[in-house]
Design a protein around this ligand. Structure first.
Ligand code: ASP
Ligand code: MG
Length: 397
Protein backbone atom coordinates (compact mmCIF):
# COMPACT_ATOMS: atom_id res chain seq x y z
CA UNK A 1 0.00 0.00 0.00
CA UNK A 2 1.46 3.30 -1.03
CA UNK A 3 -0.43 6.15 0.57
CA UNK A 4 -3.84 7.47 1.57
CA UNK A 5 -5.00 7.46 -2.01
CA UNK A 6 -4.22 3.78 -2.30
CA UNK A 7 -5.97 3.09 0.98
CA UNK A 8 -9.08 4.70 -0.52
CA UNK A 9 -8.57 2.58 -3.60
CA UNK A 10 -8.46 -0.59 -1.49
CA UNK A 11 -11.58 0.53 0.37
CA UNK A 12 -13.31 0.85 -2.99
CA UNK A 13 -12.39 -2.74 -3.87
CA UNK A 14 -13.65 -3.95 -0.52
CA UNK A 15 -16.94 -2.17 -1.15
CA UNK A 16 -17.28 -3.88 -4.53
CA UNK A 17 -16.75 -7.33 -3.02
CA UNK A 18 -19.18 -6.57 -0.26
CA UNK A 19 -21.82 -5.30 -2.67
CA UNK A 20 -21.58 -8.71 -4.35
CA UNK A 21 -22.50 -10.31 -1.07
CA UNK A 22 -19.01 -11.48 -0.08
CA UNK A 23 -17.63 -11.38 3.44
CA UNK A 24 -14.23 -9.72 3.30
CA UNK A 25 -11.10 -10.07 5.40
CA UNK A 26 -8.37 -7.64 4.32
CA UNK A 27 -4.76 -8.23 5.26
CA UNK A 28 -2.74 -5.06 4.89
CA UNK A 29 0.95 -4.37 4.54
CA UNK A 30 2.71 -1.14 5.42
CA UNK A 31 2.58 1.87 3.13
CA UNK A 32 5.29 2.05 0.48
CA UNK A 33 8.77 2.57 1.90
CA UNK A 34 7.61 2.55 5.52
CA UNK A 35 9.06 -0.81 6.53
CA UNK A 36 12.42 0.07 4.96
CA UNK A 37 12.43 3.33 6.88
CA UNK A 38 11.64 1.55 10.15
CA UNK A 39 14.36 -1.04 9.52
CA UNK A 40 16.70 1.88 8.83
CA UNK A 41 15.96 3.49 12.19
CA UNK A 42 16.69 0.23 13.97
CA UNK A 43 19.95 -0.28 12.09
CA UNK A 44 21.11 3.23 12.99
CA UNK A 45 20.94 2.22 16.63
CA UNK A 46 21.72 -1.47 16.70
CA UNK A 47 23.82 -4.04 14.89
CA UNK A 48 21.16 -6.58 15.86
CA UNK A 49 23.61 -8.98 17.46
CA UNK A 50 21.41 -10.16 20.33
CA UNK A 51 18.04 -11.91 20.61
CA UNK A 52 16.77 -8.95 22.63
CA UNK A 53 17.61 -6.55 19.82
CA UNK A 54 15.57 -8.65 17.37
CA UNK A 55 12.67 -8.57 19.80
CA UNK A 56 12.74 -4.77 19.69
CA UNK A 57 13.29 -4.81 15.92
CA UNK A 58 9.93 -6.56 15.65
CA UNK A 59 8.28 -4.07 17.96
CA UNK A 60 9.41 -1.26 15.65
CA UNK A 61 9.01 -2.73 12.16
CA UNK A 62 5.60 -4.30 12.83
CA UNK A 63 4.15 -0.85 13.44
CA UNK A 64 3.84 0.02 9.74
CA UNK A 65 1.09 -2.55 9.27
CA UNK A 66 -0.72 -1.44 12.37
CA UNK A 67 -0.97 2.08 10.97
CA UNK A 68 -2.43 0.92 7.66
CA UNK A 69 -4.93 -1.41 9.32
CA UNK A 70 -6.37 1.40 11.41
CA UNK A 71 -6.43 3.83 8.49
CA UNK A 72 -8.22 1.35 6.23
CA UNK A 73 -10.82 0.52 8.89
CA UNK A 74 -11.36 4.26 9.42
CA UNK A 75 -11.74 4.85 5.69
CA UNK A 76 -14.33 2.07 5.43
CA UNK A 77 -16.23 3.44 8.42
CA UNK A 78 -16.28 6.87 6.81
CA UNK A 79 -17.85 5.23 3.75
CA UNK A 80 -20.54 3.76 5.94
CA UNK A 81 -19.07 0.26 5.89
CA UNK A 82 -18.64 -1.29 9.33
CA UNK A 83 -15.02 -2.39 9.72
CA UNK A 84 -12.67 -3.27 12.51
CA UNK A 85 -8.89 -3.51 12.57
CA UNK A 86 -6.88 -6.21 14.30
CA UNK A 87 -3.18 -6.35 15.11
CA UNK A 88 -1.72 -9.84 14.71
CA UNK A 89 -1.73 -10.39 18.45
CA UNK A 90 -5.38 -9.42 18.75
CA UNK A 91 -6.60 -12.24 16.50
CA UNK A 92 -4.40 -13.89 17.81
CA UNK A 93 -2.09 -15.14 15.11
CA UNK A 94 0.44 -17.11 17.13
CA UNK A 95 4.03 -17.56 16.05
CA UNK A 96 7.16 -19.22 17.35
CA UNK A 97 9.89 -17.25 19.11
CA UNK A 98 12.15 -16.52 16.11
CA UNK A 99 11.96 -12.76 16.03
CA UNK A 100 12.51 -11.19 12.63
CA UNK A 101 11.60 -14.39 10.76
CA UNK A 102 8.93 -16.02 12.89
CA UNK A 103 6.85 -18.91 11.63
CA UNK A 104 3.10 -19.12 12.17
CA UNK A 105 2.15 -21.68 14.83
CA UNK A 106 -1.64 -21.29 14.82
CA UNK A 107 -4.42 -18.84 14.07
CA UNK A 108 -7.48 -18.39 16.23
CA UNK A 109 -10.39 -17.64 13.92
CA UNK A 110 -13.29 -17.21 16.40
CA UNK A 111 -12.92 -13.45 16.80
CA UNK A 112 -12.77 -12.92 13.03
CA UNK A 113 -15.76 -15.14 12.41
CA UNK A 114 -17.77 -13.28 15.01
CA UNK A 115 -17.04 -10.01 13.22
CA UNK A 116 -17.85 -11.50 9.80
CA UNK A 117 -21.14 -12.84 11.14
CA UNK A 118 -22.04 -9.31 12.16
CA UNK A 119 -21.25 -8.20 8.61
CA UNK A 120 -18.17 -6.31 9.75
CA UNK A 121 -15.19 -6.08 7.41
CA UNK A 122 -12.13 -7.45 9.18
CA UNK A 123 -8.87 -5.59 8.57
CA UNK A 124 -5.80 -7.46 9.75
CA UNK A 125 -2.30 -6.06 10.11
CA UNK A 126 -0.19 -8.48 8.08
CA UNK A 127 3.43 -9.49 8.64
CA UNK A 128 2.99 -9.93 12.39
CA UNK A 129 1.88 -12.26 15.12
CA UNK A 130 2.44 -12.90 18.79
CA UNK A 131 5.04 -15.19 20.36
CA UNK A 132 4.47 -17.63 23.24
CA UNK A 133 6.05 -14.91 25.42
CA UNK A 134 3.39 -12.44 24.34
CA UNK A 135 5.76 -10.33 22.25
CA UNK A 136 5.15 -9.05 18.72
CA UNK A 137 6.99 -11.05 16.07
CA UNK A 138 7.31 -10.41 12.34
CA UNK A 139 7.28 -13.06 9.63
CA UNK A 140 10.24 -11.88 7.56
CA UNK A 141 10.24 -9.32 4.74
CA UNK A 142 7.26 -9.70 2.46
CA UNK A 143 5.49 -11.56 5.27
CA UNK A 144 2.07 -9.99 4.78
CA UNK A 145 1.64 -12.33 1.79
CA UNK A 146 2.05 -15.23 4.18
CA UNK A 147 -0.36 -13.70 6.71
CA UNK A 148 -2.97 -13.38 3.96
CA UNK A 149 -2.63 -16.92 2.64
CA UNK A 150 -2.58 -18.38 6.15
CA UNK A 151 -5.76 -16.54 7.10
CA UNK A 152 -7.42 -17.61 3.85
CA UNK A 153 -6.49 -21.22 4.63
CA UNK A 154 -7.81 -21.10 8.19
CA UNK A 155 -11.04 -19.34 7.17
CA UNK A 156 -11.42 -21.63 4.14
CA UNK A 157 -11.86 -18.54 2.02
CA UNK A 158 -13.10 -18.94 -1.56
CA UNK A 159 -10.18 -16.88 -2.82
CA UNK A 160 -7.08 -15.07 -1.69
CA UNK A 161 -6.37 -12.00 -3.84
CA UNK A 162 -2.96 -10.48 -3.37
CA UNK A 163 -2.68 -6.91 -4.61
CA UNK A 164 0.89 -5.86 -5.30
CA UNK A 165 2.73 -3.20 -7.22
CA UNK A 166 3.17 -5.52 -10.18
CA UNK A 167 0.04 -6.67 -11.96
CA UNK A 168 0.80 -10.37 -11.98
CA UNK A 169 3.55 -12.92 -12.44
CA UNK A 170 5.70 -12.38 -15.50
CA UNK A 171 7.89 -14.75 -17.50
CA UNK A 172 10.76 -12.68 -16.12
CA UNK A 173 11.43 -9.25 -14.63
CA UNK A 174 9.83 -6.78 -17.10
CA UNK A 175 12.33 -4.13 -16.03
CA UNK A 176 15.09 -6.19 -17.59
CA UNK A 177 13.14 -7.72 -20.45
CA UNK A 178 10.44 -5.40 -21.80
CA UNK A 179 9.21 -8.33 -23.92
CA UNK A 180 8.31 -10.31 -20.79
CA UNK A 181 4.75 -11.65 -20.78
CA UNK A 182 2.25 -11.79 -17.96
CA UNK A 183 1.21 -15.37 -17.19
CA UNK A 184 -2.52 -16.01 -16.85
CA UNK A 185 -1.74 -19.09 -14.78
CA UNK A 186 1.29 -20.56 -13.08
CA UNK A 187 1.52 -23.79 -11.10
CA UNK A 188 2.18 -23.56 -7.37
CA UNK A 189 5.42 -25.44 -7.81
CA UNK A 190 6.74 -23.15 -10.51
CA UNK A 191 5.76 -20.11 -8.47
CA UNK A 192 7.54 -21.60 -5.49
CA UNK A 193 10.72 -22.00 -7.54
CA UNK A 194 10.37 -18.55 -9.09
CA UNK A 195 9.86 -16.94 -5.68
CA UNK A 196 12.72 -18.74 -3.98
CA UNK A 197 15.00 -18.10 -6.97
CA UNK A 198 14.59 -14.37 -6.68
CA UNK A 199 11.32 -13.29 -8.34
CA UNK A 200 10.09 -10.86 -5.71
CA UNK A 201 6.36 -11.11 -6.43
CA UNK A 202 5.33 -13.19 -3.41
CA UNK A 203 7.04 -14.30 -0.23
CA UNK A 204 8.20 -17.88 -0.81
CA UNK A 205 6.47 -19.18 2.30
CA UNK A 206 3.13 -17.80 1.19
CA UNK A 207 3.36 -19.88 -1.98
CA UNK A 208 4.33 -22.96 -0.02
CA UNK A 209 1.33 -22.43 2.20
CA UNK A 210 -1.05 -21.80 -0.70
CA UNK A 211 0.17 -25.02 -2.32
CA UNK A 212 -0.10 -27.13 0.83
CA UNK A 213 -3.58 -25.89 1.70
CA UNK A 214 -4.92 -25.54 -1.84
CA UNK A 215 -5.69 -21.85 -1.36
CA UNK A 216 -6.92 -20.33 -4.63
CA UNK A 217 -4.52 -17.44 -4.87
CA UNK A 218 -4.48 -14.63 -7.37
CA UNK A 219 -1.82 -11.95 -7.87
CA UNK A 220 -3.26 -8.64 -9.04
CA UNK A 221 -2.30 -5.01 -9.37
CA UNK A 222 -3.57 -2.51 -6.86
CA UNK A 223 -3.47 0.10 -9.64
CA UNK A 224 -5.51 -1.50 -12.41
CA UNK A 225 -8.52 -3.73 -12.94
CA UNK A 226 -6.78 -6.07 -15.34
CA UNK A 227 -6.83 -9.78 -14.63
CA UNK A 228 -3.73 -10.93 -12.78
CA UNK A 229 -2.07 -14.34 -12.46
CA UNK A 230 -3.80 -17.32 -10.92
CA UNK A 231 -1.82 -19.93 -8.97
CA UNK A 232 -3.14 -23.37 -9.91
CA UNK A 233 -2.34 -27.06 -9.70
CA UNK A 234 -0.09 -28.49 -12.36
CA UNK A 235 -2.97 -30.44 -13.95
CA UNK A 236 -4.85 -27.20 -14.57
CA UNK A 237 -2.21 -25.92 -16.96
CA UNK A 238 -3.31 -27.22 -20.31
CA UNK A 239 -0.49 -26.21 -22.57
CA UNK A 240 2.82 -26.74 -20.85
CA UNK A 241 5.76 -24.73 -22.11
CA UNK A 242 9.21 -26.25 -21.81
CA UNK A 243 10.23 -23.26 -19.73
CA UNK A 244 7.72 -21.03 -17.97
CA UNK A 245 9.98 -18.33 -16.60
CA UNK A 246 13.49 -17.03 -16.04
CA UNK A 247 14.33 -15.98 -12.50
CA UNK A 248 17.48 -14.30 -11.26
CA UNK A 249 19.09 -13.23 -8.03
CA UNK A 250 21.97 -10.88 -7.39
CA UNK A 251 22.00 -11.73 -3.71
CA UNK A 252 24.68 -14.40 -4.10
CA UNK A 253 28.23 -15.04 -3.01
CA UNK A 254 30.49 -17.96 -3.79
CA UNK A 255 32.86 -19.67 -1.37
CA UNK A 256 35.27 -22.36 -2.56
CA UNK A 257 37.55 -24.65 -0.58
CA UNK A 258 40.23 -26.74 -2.23
CA UNK A 259 42.25 -29.70 -1.08
CA UNK A 260 39.94 -31.19 1.55
CA UNK A 261 40.71 -34.80 2.45
CA UNK A 262 38.36 -37.17 0.63
CA UNK A 263 37.13 -39.03 3.72
CA UNK A 264 33.67 -39.45 5.27
CA UNK A 265 32.33 -36.60 7.39
CA UNK A 266 34.05 -33.60 5.83
CA UNK A 267 30.91 -32.06 4.31
CA UNK A 268 29.07 -32.54 7.58
CA UNK A 269 31.93 -30.81 9.42
CA UNK A 270 31.66 -27.91 7.01
CA UNK A 271 27.92 -27.45 6.63
CA UNK A 272 26.74 -28.20 10.16
CA UNK A 273 28.44 -25.14 11.71
CA UNK A 274 27.14 -22.99 8.82
CA UNK A 275 23.60 -24.21 9.50
CA UNK A 276 24.06 -23.57 13.20
CA UNK A 277 25.07 -20.02 12.37
CA UNK A 278 21.74 -19.64 10.56
CA UNK A 279 23.42 -19.31 7.17
CA UNK A 280 21.29 -20.55 4.33
CA UNK A 281 23.54 -22.45 1.91
CA UNK A 282 22.10 -22.69 -1.58
CA UNK A 283 24.13 -24.27 -4.37
CA UNK A 284 26.68 -26.92 -3.40
CA UNK A 285 29.16 -28.61 -5.69
CA UNK A 286 31.73 -31.14 -4.58
CA UNK A 287 34.26 -32.56 -6.92
CA UNK A 288 37.02 -35.17 -6.65
CA UNK A 289 39.89 -34.93 -9.02
CA UNK A 290 42.03 -37.98 -9.75
CA UNK A 291 45.47 -37.90 -8.21
CA UNK A 292 45.89 -36.77 -4.65
CA UNK A 293 42.30 -37.81 -3.85
CA UNK A 294 41.50 -34.45 -2.33
CA UNK A 295 38.12 -32.82 -2.90
CA UNK A 296 37.11 -29.29 -3.76
CA UNK A 297 33.85 -27.85 -2.45
CA UNK A 298 32.10 -24.77 -3.78
CA UNK A 299 28.91 -23.38 -2.31
CA UNK A 300 26.86 -20.22 -2.39
CA UNK A 301 25.26 -18.16 0.37
CA UNK A 302 23.24 -14.92 0.40
CA UNK A 303 25.68 -12.06 -0.18
CA UNK A 304 24.65 -10.43 3.07
CA UNK A 305 25.82 -13.56 4.94
CA UNK A 306 29.09 -13.97 3.02
CA UNK A 307 31.40 -12.36 5.58
CA UNK A 308 29.88 -14.36 8.42
CA UNK A 309 30.12 -17.56 6.39
CA UNK A 310 33.78 -16.91 5.59
CA UNK A 311 34.50 -16.38 9.30
CA UNK A 312 32.84 -19.68 10.14
CA UNK A 313 34.86 -21.47 7.46
CA UNK A 314 38.12 -19.86 8.58
CA UNK A 315 37.37 -21.09 12.08
CA UNK A 316 37.12 -24.63 10.72
CA UNK A 317 40.57 -24.67 9.13
CA UNK A 318 42.14 -26.81 11.82
CA UNK A 319 39.48 -29.47 11.33
CA UNK A 320 39.03 -29.39 7.56
CA UNK A 321 42.68 -28.65 6.71
CA UNK A 322 41.67 -27.22 3.35
CA UNK A 323 44.47 -25.98 1.13
CA UNK A 324 42.87 -22.71 0.10
CA UNK A 325 39.77 -20.61 0.59
CA UNK A 326 38.43 -18.38 -2.18
CA UNK A 327 35.35 -16.22 -2.23
CA UNK A 328 33.59 -14.03 -4.76
CA UNK A 329 30.79 -11.61 -3.99
CA UNK A 330 30.32 -10.43 -7.57
CA UNK A 331 28.26 -13.41 -8.71
CA UNK A 332 24.59 -13.83 -9.55
CA UNK A 333 22.28 -16.72 -10.28
CA UNK A 334 20.00 -17.16 -13.25
CA UNK A 335 17.47 -19.97 -13.46
CA UNK A 336 15.09 -21.45 -16.01
CA UNK A 337 11.93 -22.83 -14.41
CA UNK A 338 9.19 -24.99 -15.89
CA UNK A 339 7.11 -28.07 -15.12
CA UNK A 340 7.55 -28.90 -18.80
CA UNK A 341 11.10 -29.99 -17.93
CA UNK A 342 9.67 -33.15 -16.44
CA UNK A 343 8.72 -34.32 -19.92
CA UNK A 344 11.19 -32.50 -22.19
CA UNK A 345 14.89 -33.21 -22.38
CA UNK A 346 17.67 -30.92 -23.50
CA UNK A 347 16.63 -27.84 -21.53
CA UNK A 348 19.95 -27.62 -19.69
CA UNK A 349 22.01 -27.96 -22.85
CA UNK A 350 19.89 -25.35 -24.61
CA UNK A 351 20.48 -23.03 -21.67
CA UNK A 352 24.25 -23.57 -21.68
CA UNK A 353 24.39 -22.97 -25.43
CA UNK A 354 22.43 -19.72 -25.17
CA UNK A 355 24.88 -18.49 -22.52
CA UNK A 356 27.89 -19.67 -24.51
CA UNK A 357 26.63 -17.78 -27.56
CA UNK A 358 26.85 -14.59 -25.51
CA UNK A 359 30.30 -15.49 -24.17
CA UNK A 360 29.02 -15.90 -20.61
CA UNK A 361 31.05 -18.20 -18.41
CA UNK A 362 29.24 -20.63 -16.10
CA UNK A 363 30.72 -20.98 -12.61
CA UNK A 364 28.34 -23.43 -10.89
CA UNK A 365 25.35 -25.44 -12.15
CA UNK A 366 22.54 -26.99 -10.13
CA UNK A 367 19.34 -28.62 -11.27
CA UNK A 368 16.09 -29.94 -9.87
CA UNK A 369 13.17 -31.63 -11.59
CA UNK A 370 11.71 -28.34 -12.76
CA UNK A 371 14.65 -25.91 -12.82
CA UNK A 372 18.18 -25.37 -13.99
CA UNK A 373 20.25 -22.72 -12.22
CA UNK A 374 23.66 -21.37 -13.12
CA UNK A 375 25.95 -19.05 -11.24
CA UNK A 376 27.64 -16.43 -13.39
CA UNK A 377 29.57 -13.22 -13.08
CA UNK A 378 27.16 -10.55 -11.85
CA UNK A 379 28.19 -8.22 -14.64
CA UNK A 380 26.42 -10.43 -17.18
CA UNK A 381 23.18 -11.09 -15.33
CA UNK A 382 20.92 -8.86 -17.42
CA UNK A 383 22.43 -10.12 -20.64
CA UNK A 384 21.91 -13.70 -19.46
CA UNK A 385 18.28 -13.14 -18.49
CA UNK A 386 17.55 -11.58 -21.87
CA UNK A 387 19.36 -14.27 -23.80
CA UNK A 388 17.55 -17.09 -22.00
CA UNK A 389 14.18 -15.41 -22.22
CA UNK A 390 14.41 -15.30 -25.98
CA UNK A 391 16.18 -18.66 -26.37
CA UNK A 392 13.21 -20.36 -24.70
CA UNK A 393 10.71 -18.51 -26.86
CA UNK A 394 9.25 -16.44 -24.04
CA UNK A 395 9.50 -13.03 -25.72
CA UNK A 396 6.18 -11.41 -26.48
CA UNK A 397 5.54 -11.15 -30.24
N1 ASP B 1 5.84 -4.49 5.23
C1 ASP B 1 6.56 -5.73 5.26
C2 ASP B 1 7.76 -5.65 4.34
O1 ASP B 1 7.99 -4.64 3.71
C3 ASP B 1 5.70 -6.90 4.92
C4 ASP B 1 5.14 -6.89 3.54
O2 ASP B 1 5.12 -5.88 2.85
O3 ASP B 1 4.70 -7.95 3.09
O4 ASP B 1 8.51 -6.58 4.27
MG1 MG C 1 4.78 -7.51 -0.56
Amino acid sequence: MANIERIRNVAGRVKKERDQGNGVVVVVSAMAGVTNQLVGYVQEISGLHTPESWREYDQVVSSGEQVTSGLLALTLNEMGIPAQSFAGGQIPLKTDNSHGRARIASIESAEIRRALDKDIVVVVAGFQGITPDGRVATLGRGGSDTSAVALAAVLKADRCDIYTDVDGVYTTDPRIVPAARKLAKISYEEMLEMASLGAKVLQTRSVEMAMNHGVVTQVLSSFSDEPGTLLVNEEDIVEQQKVTGIAYSRDEARISLTGIANVPGMSAKLFTPLAEAGINVDMIVQNVTEGDGATDITFTVPRSDADRAIKVVEGLHSQLKYRSLHSDKAVAKVSAVGIGMRSHSGIASQMFQALADKGINIIVITTSEIKVSVLINEEYIELAVRALHSAFGLDKE
